[in-house]
Write a protein that binds this ligand. Structure first.
Ligand code: HEM
Length: 399
């Protein structure tokens, strides 16, 4: 915290968090109140919500708009990425028309509904057998590499990109390029060109997948189809990879937690809820703006105020989760906010749950003696994205 010229405390997001150990600033904020002042990148002041009840109240209140999106300032450097580069007119229109996280009301609902069926509980269940096969194949690859393998590069990332491609309907012959462009990053034009190839292919060869669903939806323009596919390719994939790799570190940091799952893999689905609570990736979700004066907790948030909800902090709130800083795979962690909540809550959460369930189940079953050799996750994490999410880091394991 530093002094601003007007005499207020000027707060930025702390830069000393690691994915398993949030900055002590968050617990200090929670002690002081549910909301605290926060500086935004463009220099204006808003609020950060740090307690669970108030976080949930803001996320589920439609009086908070997703626009305009003004990202909070952070002391942590943002991850260096591939420069976005120029994008042709169709691509710009596509991104503009389908950025669901920046839309409200009927406009948002219409686009969200175009994809929700494919990500329902029932649909996620039908993908389970294929996901289990992908997980088993990637575990074979990691085991073949031998102790000292990087679980992020050989297991977590390939699972997340392969499942993403499967559900979206990216054809096999484009998989390698899709992985390259969306995992390692590529100029935006290259990403959009690749999606156009996938769309053209599915136009000729329809399948049981998101692209085919969107192409069969007469209500959507070509730009919206491309935009939705780009948005889906950008969301969820890195979060699944982060969660598998960081969750493994959290479990191996407390080996008895890992052993509890190895002894009884039927505990894994409930443990997944605890792992995503404990390793929550979003320091803050996308900022909201109050469209009218709203009471949050014991405070009035004036119309026009920018509000950032910290899901990391809310999920460590002792008022909601006893011993919140302890990973306890036997606790009932349901109700956590790791997937957000309300109208913008995570579309892909049921699919993510199946991926995480299969990934942790395979690890504890086939490698009950897994141990952590080293990980980059001990360093305060640079942020992966302006929206303030942690970045995944190598996780070197032995067995
Ligand atoms: C462990 C994995 C995942 C985590 C932790 C996660 C987390 C989140 C969070 C916190 C939000 C809400 C952001 C906000 O309210 O500002 C969100 C939204 C979203 N997620 Fe996920 N996500 C995961 C996996 C996925 C997957 C697999 C997909 C599917 C492609 C996906 C697609 C989306 C989309 C499209 C939204 C925007 C929803 C809207 O604005 O209506 N996510 N996610």
């Amino acid at each position: 915290m530093s002094q601003c010229p007007f005499g207020h405390d000027r707060s930025t997001l702390p830069g000393d968090s690691t994915p398993t150990q949030p900055s002590p600033r968050f617990s200090q904020w929670r002690q002081d109140g549910a909301l605290a002042p926060l500086s935004y990148r463009d220099g204006h002041e808003g609020l950060i919500v740090t307690r669970y009840d108030e976080a949930r109240a803001v996320l589920t209140d439609p009086r908070f708009s997703q626009q305009p999106q003004r990202m909070p300032r952070s002391d942590a450097p943002i991850e260096e990425g591939v420069p976005a580069g120029p994008l042709d007119e169709e691509g710009v229109l596509a991104d503009r028309s389908a950025g669901v996280l920046g839309l409200d009301g009927p406009q948002h609902l219409r686009l969200r509904r175009a994809v929700t069926r494919r990500f329902s509980v029932r649909s996620a269940r039908t993908y389970r057998p294929r996901i289990a096969e992908i997980v088993a194949e990637q575990l074979d690859v990691m085991i073949a590499a031998g102790p000292g393998a990087d679980l992020l590069a050989l297991y977590a990332e390939p699972i997340s990109i392969r499942v993403h491609a499967l559900v979206l309907g990216v054809p096999d012959h484009l998989l390698e390029r899709y992985a390259q462009d969306y995992v390692h990053g590529a100029p935006r034009q290259q990403q959009h060109d690749l999606l156009r190839e996938a769309v053209a292919y599915r136009g000729e060869n329809p399948g049981d997948d998101v692209i085919s669903d969107l192409l069969g939806n007469d209500d959507l323009s070509d730009a919206e189809v491309e935009g939705l596919l780009h948005m889906l390719s950008m969301s969820g994939r890195d979060t699944v990879a982060y969660m598998i790799s960081t969750g493994t570190v959290a479990l191996l940091d407390e080996p008895e937690q890992y052993h509890l799952l190895a002894q009884d893999p039927e505990r894994v689905p409930a443990a997944v809820e605890e792992i995503v609570r404990f390793c929550t990736m979003f320091l803050t979700v996308f900022p909201r703006t109050a469209t009218e004066s709203v009471t949050v907790g014991d405070r009035i948030v004036e119309a026009g105020t920018t509000v950032s909800v910290s899901t990391v902090s809310a999920n460590r709130d002792e008022r909601r989760f006893g011993d919140a800083d302890v990973l306890d795979v036997l606790r009932d962690a349901r109700g956590h906010l790791a997937f957000g909540d309300g109208l913008h809550g995570c579309v892909g959460q049921q699919l993510a749950r199946v991926e995480l369930d299969e990934a942790f189940r395979a690890l504890v079953t086939r490698l009950p003696g897994l141990r952590l050799v080293s990980t980059g996750l001990r360093q305060p994490s640079p942020l992966a994205h302006p929206v303030a999410t942690y970045a995944a880091r190598p996780v070197i394991v032995g067995w």
